[in-house]
Design a protein around this ligand. Structure first.
Ligand code: HAM
Length: 481
């Protein structure tokens, strides 16, 4: 029997085109492009809360907001993110402009921040420079639960500090933030991927381990074994995870400086009571990481809870227990859990992009995923605040006068709802009732002419006419009671 191999990428492209074709056939309507989503007003309340809390905690820890463009020169990512990463080889939205520039919608925030750091001479500022960002990123991925083609991240970048206390602070901020917005049972995994001194040795051992086992790996991993062997540890394919079980671990190959960095990081985390799992196979999919890498997950269901890696025995670079050949892989790398965020140290990125040695550490949380986790855990979005008042108008003159009066209410910060297109008093009072307003402010033809307005207490139906120039003070007193 002849064996055919179809590149998964081709299957993906065909299915994608089929999906787009079918969605147009079925509806004959425009829909948001695949992998994108609208955020509707009721959802925005939760988004606002998350963005607000992210801004507050970033500000408290001294991070200043930075916004970089949504597109950059493609080379920034091929050099910065890494030319053999999935992001660069498969997921970038790149295009050539009429002027001939080769640009890319930003798939991640770290290289742009480092570009801005050099472009604006931030290396002349007192170090470290702490920056945060909240915004959209773009990756041409196969959409699924929690995975979009346009998604939002909140990121922190701490540039110009090599102490592990900086790594700990970034992790602490993300962890505390998640707890405070209401995410339960977040799991932090940490590893060290070594440095330029100890990583090459580890790499060779890894390659030597995988060389006789290549047959059992997926196509991507066969490519990775040549281009980027560390990423072999990151593969989600079951057959590759089975091979990985006996692979050498980064922790056994760290040089003394990297070991010490990790040891101190874990001590700092202990100090702020942040629980962690040391996952010796955590490498992450971006090329720029050195030493620390971390990821924060939530389990989706009880049965999908991660298997605990023994922290006591593996902690602080101490000797790891001998691994059984058949021992199950740490589930951190299985697809059943949701990665809310991740990051690490990237001490070489500045050299690549700016020609200077500047140590740095950072990370990012995915906002869609935080929201998904909150909802899956039963988080209820708060109801919008009820308007204190409802403006009722009757007749053309009253309708005209209603606009400046409503503006007076805004200036006085008294909340008001209205339905200015309606004519009937009954339907307007019905709405006032439905939205839960305490007072209806009624302006009819007579009141518009004599300069008064009627205040109707909705609960009792008691009404009184008040001069328009005094109605705000009068109303405020009533609302205070
Ligand atoms: P990343 O792991 O690629 O890291 O992304 C961070 C987080 O963004 C992920 O854990 C996930 O929550 C969210 N995310 C990523 N891709 C998607 C997607 N397609 N749909 C929805 N959410 C997604 C970075 O981006 C690094 N720049 C983080 C970093 C900053 N490292 C150092 N500094």
């Amino acid at each position: 029997m002849p064996k055919f191999f179809v590149d998964p990428h081709i299957i993906f492209v065909v299915l994608d085109r089929y999906y787009n074709f079918m969605s147009k056939q079925k509806t004959n309507e425009f829909r948001s492009p695949r992998g994108t989503h609208d955020i509707l007003p009721e959802e925005e309340r939760l988004w606002d809360k998350i963005r607000q809390e992210a801004k507050e905690i970033s500000g408290f820890y001294g991070f200043g907001r930075i916004d970089t463009p949504h597109f950059e020169h493609t080379e920034l990512f091929t050099l910065g993110t890494g030319s053999v990463t999935d992001i660069v080889t498969k997921q970038m939205y790149s295009f050539r402009t009429r002027g001939g520039d080769q640009l890319t919608l930003r798939p991640e925030g770290t290289p742009p921040i480092m570009r801005a750091f050099f472009e604006h001479g931030m290396f002349n500022l007192p170090q470290p420079v702490k920056l945060y960002y909240i915004g959209q990123f773009f990756r041409h991925e196969s959409p699924q639960r929690g995975r979009f083609r346009e998604f939002n991240q909140w990121g922190l970048e701490l540039i110009g500090e090599d102490s592990p206390v900086a790594d700990a602070q970034v992790i602490q901020i993300f962890f505390v933030f998640l707890r405070e917005v209401g995410v339960k049972n977040a799991i932090l995994e940490v590893n060290s991927t070594g440095c330029q001194i100890c990583r090459p040795r580890y790499r060779s051992e890894l390659v030597a381990y995988y060389r006789p086992r290549l047959k059992g790996l997926c196509k991507d991993c066969k490519d990775r074994s040549r281009q980027n062997p560390l990423r072999l540890l990151d593969c989600k394919e079951e057959k590759c995870q089975i091979v990985r079980r006996g692979a050498p671990e980064t922790l056994d190959h760290l040089c003394d400086n990297c070991k010490n960095h990790l040891k101190l990081l874990l001590e700092f985390l202990d100090e702020v009571s942040i629980p962690y799992l040391l996952n010796p196979y955590l490498v992450r999919g971006l090329d720029y990481y050195t030493r620390t890498v971390f990821e924060i997950f939530v389990g989706e269901e009880e049965k999908e809870k991660p298997k605990e890696v023994s922290v006591d025995s593996q902690k602080r670079g101490e000797e790891n227990p001998v691994k059984e050949e058949n021992e199950a892989p740490p589930e951190s790398l299985t697809s059943k859990r949701l990665a809310l965020g991740g990051g690490g140290r990237y001490d070489n990125l500045a050299e690549i992009l700016g020609g200077k040695t500047v140590p740095a550490v950072g990370g990012a949380l995915g906002i869609e995923r935080i929201i998904l986790a909150l909802k899956a855990q039963g988080y209820k979005v708060s109801e919008p605040a009820k308007p204190k008042t409802f403006f009722v108008q009757l007749g053309e003159l009253a309708r005209k006068k209603s606009l400046p009066l409503i503006e007076e209410l805004r200036k006085a910060r008294v909340s008001v709802a209205e339905s200015l297109g309606r004519d009937s008093i009954k339907s307007q009072l019905n709405i006032a009732d439905k939205v839960g307003a305490e007072y209806a402010l009624i302006l009819g033809q007579k009141e518009a002419l004599d300069g008064t307005i009627i205040l109707r207490e909705m609960s009792s139906g008691i009404q009184e006419a008040v001069p328009q120039e005094k109605f705000i003070d009068f109303l405020k007193k009533k609302l205070k009671k």
